[in-house]
Design a protein around this ligand. Sequence first.
Ligand code: DCP
Ligand code: MG
Length: 434
Amino acid sequence: MEHLGPEPPRAEKRCRILIRGCQLPIIRYELSIPDYRYSMLWGMSRWIIHVDMDEFFAAVERLDNPALRGKPLLVGGDPKARGVVSTASYEARAFGCHSAMPMATAVRRCPHAVVLQVRGQRYHQVSEQVLDILEQFSPMIEPLSIDEAFLDVSGCERLLGPAPEIGKQIKQRIRGRLGLTASVGVAPNKFLAKLASDLRKPDGLVVITKDHIRDVLDPLGIERLWGVGPAAAKGLRRLDIHTIGQLRLAPVELLRERFGQVGDHYHCLANGIDCRPVVPDSRTKSIGREQTFAADIEDMDELIRVLLNQTEQVARRLRRGGLKARSVTLKLRYVDFTTITRSATLTEPTNITEVLWRGVRRLLDKWAARHRRPLRLLGMTASQLTGREGLQETLFPDPQRTGQERIDEAMDRIAERFGDRSICRGGTNGADRK
Ligand code: DCP
Ligand code: MG
């Protein structure tokens, strides 16, 4: 673990330093909002983790085909059809190959590289698995692209240990469960965490603490600032600003004059200030699982086993993300690829496995009564999602429901410790449950 600096000083001291850097008045004692929201507002006392998978597409290809180990890989479009490189493995990067380069050029630079086509669906599947792992650490997750995400782990210390330790555990779990490596950055804000994850790639773990922000940032070129593209970098160089240190010392008025409001933003970033919150994935409209069978299945017991297992996984994901679903959908694909879906609305939003299962099981039974035939794919999706905060608690909780919640909690704890496959309900072993 690369640890850039000791533990940060107390929040109050940090607030003052950073606020002065931002050229804002010191207002800590005039605010009446709780400290928690205050720190969210100014981007202080936070611990943000940025996770970025290493050579992602190439790593997944190697995972699926161990014979590719140690070989230079180029994943992307056809070199003869003006395809471009999506990712070059580290072995291929040593020959000057990189993402977005024409595949033909990459092949010229590294003629012995193995060229592979992009398998988007598979990468998305692994990406989902990575998110599943991250959700075990914090519900505050913001996916940024197919292979990277931010986590806000502020306040998780009591449960999971200090943030650098959480970063280490995330890496270990990704490696242990998926056989892939990730680079992780741990810092007081998003900008620094993203920068940190990129400093020791591959398989890196870099922690930036407040006291070492300047030491880390000052020598770096301005293009390392998140959001500074080639045009802005050119504009800054014209002002004779080449490093982040030079940018930090530049008069903010000059930057404002040249770049408008963005100039203020650059100045803040150069000072290591970034107040942007981690915004949990608002795009999540549904959570689902599906499985294509190696051989078509008609046997009801077998279909029930698969579906219950999927429902358990979906329910667990809902619970991890603090979400509840109002409707469930069953997806069936026949041997001739005809695909049908059947949906049902639940009486109230839920993330209780048993309740979701009853809804989806009813759909399966209805289908089987009239249309049963062999299936090549079976899946279920929970949608119309709501967060916990949007739900009213029932005045008199149903004792049976809280009992089911306790069962779910216990099963979640086991799954979290030993993996999703470590535990399943009796029905998933063949018994028919209604
Ligand atoms: N990608 C792409 N086209 C690009 C850049 C990336 O299709 N121009 C895809 C392929 C990458 C994935 O997105 O595997 C993640 O992008 P990264 O920038 O994180 O690159 P890698 O994960 O491949 O490498 P690194 O180890 O540097 O993160
Ligand atoms: Mg990556």
